[in-house]
Design a protein around this ligand. Structure first.
Ligand SMILES: [Zn+2]
Length: 138
């Protein structure tokens, strides 16, 4: 295996492990949210996918009048971070930290996609020297 191919595989694996690690840490942070720690004894505390309606859940679904004056819009990234900050409507340090990790995971997923595309590009280049695979099928 060429060093370029090995580097691409390592890049992919590093990104995959970072995404998995961040996903785990997000779950841990959301588990510390006071809403998560209360008994889910009421259906109104759980969404239709079985998730607890944490402060983060509410911030993601918050709607307010659109700036264009027509309809409603969700919060932008900064708006969500502000809404989770101290003194705001959904203030919760655990949900805020989870949101910061979600933004980091978004970047990590982008890197994972870039790494996957780099590997596929190398794979296609290697195959092109052998002719299309469907031409060699029995
Ligand atoms: Zn919370």
């Amino acid at each position: 295996m060429s060093s370029k191919a090995l580097s691409a595989i390592i890049r992919h694996e590093r990104a995959a492990q970072e995404v998995a690690g961040l996903t785990h840490r997000i779950g841990v942070k959301l588990g510390h949210c006071p809403i998560s720690r209360m008994p889910a004894d009421d259906e109104s505390k759980i969404d239709d996918k079985g998730r607890i309606k944490t402060h983060l859940w509410h911030a993601f679904r918050h709607r307010e009048p659109s700036s264009c004056g027509w309809g409603e819009a969700g919060l932008c990234e900064d708006g969500i971070a502000d809404a989770l900050s101290s003194g705001s409507e959904y203030a919760c340090r655990h949900c805020k930290r989870a949101y910061q990790l979600i933004l980091r995971r978004k970047d990590a997923r982008q890197e994972l996609g870039n790494a996957r595309r780099a590997i596929r590009t190398m794979g296609r280049a290697a195959l092109s020297t052998q002719g299309a695979i469907w031409e060699r099928l029995p």
